[in-house]
Design a protein around this ligand. Structure first.
Ligand code: SF4
Length: 357
């Protein structure tokens, strides 16, 4: 099997789902590094890695989805539930910018009282306050779906309203493992997989940018992980490669209803390599400093080419993530591994193809 896979990749070809599963189970670490390095080299110089500084602003922890792997949410009415004002969000952005941040991601719960106009007003206000060039990932696809449903509008109409108000990005966050069996076990109230892709297609078709994400280390099976990758690769083909990047991070089990043990780094790296090899229609595969600190940089040897230096994210911090602001020390870890870390600008949004008249 290994020789067949190696020959396929050397010819610039694509492996299938069974081959991806075989690689994860049977290839050695050295073989995974070699093969993921081959696919990485289709897009990037072998010794170069890119990064930016970013912060995640959690504007509300009030949520009605009740995912059992989440340590962050509070049900409406909880004493420690919150919804930040525009002023409070602006102070958080100032903090991120003061640390060198050029990207701000927003991530909140499924707040039952907010409608689309609340979001567009908040983001318009924030963009006006910070005229310097900051890229905003204004919400995840998962939040976008909930907001459209609560507002009583289609995904296409929701995406159009966000475009009209100046939004540029709705990230592919909130995906975790995109397999309906996983969703049913852990977050039945969030969405169904094909519904997620319908929403993301509407986002892209409206001209917004988006990304792909995955979280591993819950109790997902290998088949569920492979289903996530397989469906995602087909979707990325369908949308002509417009998802700007793929980021895989790991579940943090502390303070969650689901609990469990944290995935070890060795398995994370092996899976990252499989992602790089399989997702040959993604230019950027990103490794997660947020959940693995500098251990994540070993991912650069397993096919990843890009990473964030995070400044804050209450969602993962509540579940056990520890964030270090010693950026030079983290970058030195990349240098010691033989990579030159290059600070990059936020990625551009790719426009949808022009429709035939
Ligand atoms: S993961 Fe997101 S949607 Fe699920 S409970 Fe937490 S905040 Fe709500």
């Amino acid at each position: 099997m290994l020789d067949t896979i190696r020959a396929t990749l050397q010819a610039g070809g694509r492996i299938d789902r069974d081959q991806a599963g075989w690689l994860f189970l049977h290839a050695s670490d050295a073989e995974l590094q070699e093969l993921s390095g081959q696919v990485r080299a289709r897009f990037h110089p072998p010794d170069r890695a890119t990064y930016l500084v970013m912060g995640i602003v959690n504007y509300t922890n009030i949520c009605v989805a009740r995912c059992d792997y989440c340590a962050f949410y509070r049900f409406p009415g909880a004493a420690d539930g919150y919804l930040l004002s525009e002023e409070q969000v602006a102070r958080r952005i100032e903090g991120i910018v003061s640390l060198g941040g050029t990207m701000v991601s927003f991530n909140g719960g499924f707040h039952p009282h907010l409608r689309i106009a609340d979001y567009t007003a908040l983001f318009q206000g924030l963009r006006a306050r910070f005229p310097q060039k900051i890229a905003y990932y204004e919400m995840t696809v998962a939040e976008f779906m909930f907001i459209c449903k609560r507002t009583g509008i289609s995904y296409a109409e929701g995406a159009r309203q966000f475009v009209d108000s100046g939004t540029r990005w709705i990230s592919g966050g909130g995906a975790e493992v995109l397999a309906d069996s996983f969703r049913l076990r852990h977050s039945p109230g969030k969405y169904k997989v094909e519904d997620f892709y319908d929403a993301q297609r509407a986002v892209l078709d409206a001209g917004l940018g988006s990304t792909a994400t995955m979280v591993i280390g819950f109790d997902e099976t290998l088949e569920e992980r492979l289903e996530h990758l397989d469906r995602l690769r087909r979707f990325q083909d369908e949308v002509d490669g417009r998802l700007a990047s793929f980021l895989c991070w790991t579940y943090k089990p502390w303070n969650t209803e689901l609990g469990g043990k944290e995935l070890d780094n060795a398995e994370y790296l092996r899976w990252l390599a499989v992602c790089r090899i399989f997702l040959d229609n993604f230019r950027h595969i990103r490794t997660s400093v947020l959940t693995r600190n500098e251990d994540a940089l070993l991912g650069l040897r397993f096919g990843a080419d890009d990473f964030d230096l995070p400044t804050e994210d209450e969602v993962t911090q509540k579940a056990g993530a520890t964030i270090s602001l010693e950026f030079e020390r983290i970058l030195d870890s990349a240098r010691h591994l033989g990579f030159t870390p290059v600070h990059r600008a936020p990625l551009p949004v790719r426009s949808p193809p022009a429709r035939a008249p």
